[in-house]
Design a protein around this ligand. Structure first.
Ligand SMILES: *Cc1c(COP(=O)(O)O)cnc(C)c1O
Length: 372
């Protein structure tokens, strides 16, 4: 862990460290994979739980000019912190919110023919309005379907007054490079694009960037990889870890006769064992599914989670720790280089995205680097 961790973090307890310089290096690495495309940053869900008000300005200072969020509220929070940047909203506008977008210089993603029509209507009074036009090529979620695209192809005047910055779609299985849906989506995207007036295009999320240059188009939209999640599961992670989570041991219990541990008595100790308790629980985003499955580390020592993760606490088998470390105050690494978010997610039976966005607000948060 970083040497410049403030002393207060050691004494007050659990600390979430977010390395903004690592986010910036990850951004540069992704940009370098596709030098002919622009690289945006997806900072929805509070930058995947890491704090958009810290992450987004750090990326802007490093040269990122285009940001994506999911909701209007997220965009409004970021607007004053990102002067001059393009802020795009994946979910577009709710009916009636058009003027808020215009007043705050926000760019909606148009996900339906209805949204196209109402944005074009706003443009009649407001003047030319920017947008992304989204088509569904395999998610069956948001975006215009083929029938709606057909309407626009037959009547391109529907787009008059609109400055469509990018025509976009979203990949469903980019983290599985051999899945046939990737090339299927690429083909559908190309075919849809060919029916419309010429526009720049955007398809790749983090994993999509690693599918090769035919997926890059004009604008990359990475989120998770910026935050250290492995975009190429099964291969070595090309990204730098961004998040660390440390907590001090609160108490060590030495057990020398058979006992159960925790709620539900799901773990039984049958041999002499040292149990360390730390103040991290499911209310802090350490998922309950990590009960009896997760692990933490102290240096090179492994401390398996034993018993159920409870709301505010969890118990670790600290038997491997030498006596000088098996005591209150020793810092335990819950997420670290030795056990990164992807490994925690695997232990929990989920994806790193869910671990990141669950990390709670109760920790001391320490932001490293990020100075312009
Ligand atoms: C969340 C999101 C992204 C970013 O995806 P990552 O897998 O985190 O890189 C890109 N595009 C759309 C439409 C999204 O919803």
């Amino acid at each position: 862990m970083p040497a410049n961790l403030p002393e207060a973090a050691h004494s007050t307890g659990t600390a979430l460290t977010i390395d903004l310089d690592a986010v910036i290096r990850n951004y540069r690495l992704l940009q370098a994979k596709a030098p002919n495309a622009g690289c945006a940053a997806v900072v929805k869900a509070d930058a995947y739980g890491l704090g958009a008000k810290h992450v987004a300005p750090a990326l802007a200072a490093a040269g990122c000019k285009i940001f994506f969020v999911a909701h209007l509220g997220e965009a409004l929070n970021l607007r004053p912190r990102l002067p001059g940047a393009t802020i795009c909203v994946f979910n577009g506008f709710a009916p009636g919110a058009e003027s808020t977008f215009i007043q705050n210089d926000l760019v909606p993603v148009l996900n339906s023919l209805e949204a196209v029509k109402s944005w074009a209507k706003s443009a009649k009074t407001a003047g030319r309005l920017p947008a992304l036009l989204h088509t569904d090529t395999g998610m069956s979620r948001l975006g215009l379907d083929e029938r709606e695209l057909g309407h626009i192809a037959d009547e391109p005047g529907l787009l008059s007054g609109l400055d469509i910055r990018w025509f976009m779609s979203h990949l469903a299985v980019a983290d599985e490079p051999d899945h046939p849906l990737n090339s299927g989506q690429l083909e559908r995207f190309g075919a849809a694009r060919a029916r419309l007036p010429a526009m720049k295009a955007s398809l790749a999320n983090s994993s999509g960037i690693f599918l090769g240059s035919s997926f890059h188009f004009d604008l990359l939209r990475p989120g998770s990889a910026l935050y250290g999640v492995n975009p190429v599961p099964g291969q070595a992670n090309p990204m730098e870890p961004v998040v660390g989570l440390q907590a001090p041991i609160l108490q060590v219990r030495e057990i020398d006769s058979p006992r159960s541990v925790g709620y539900g008595a799901t773990h039984s100790v049958t041999k002499p064992t040292k149990i360390a308790t730390i103040a991290v629980g499911y209310a802090d985003g350490y998922l309950r599914s990590l009960s009896n499955r997760g692990r933490c580390t102290v240096g090179r020592h492994n401390l398996p989670v034993i018993g159920r993760v409870s709301m505010d606490l969890m118990t670790l088998d600290a038997s491997a720790l030498p006596a000088r470390l098996a005591k209150p105050g020793t810092m335990v690494e819950v997420i670290s280089k030795h056990h990164p978010i992807d490994a925690v997610a695997q232990d929990a039976g989920t994806i790193a995205y869910e671990i990141l966005t669950s990390l709670g607000a109760r920790y001391t948060r320490i932001y490293l680097g990020g100075a312009a």
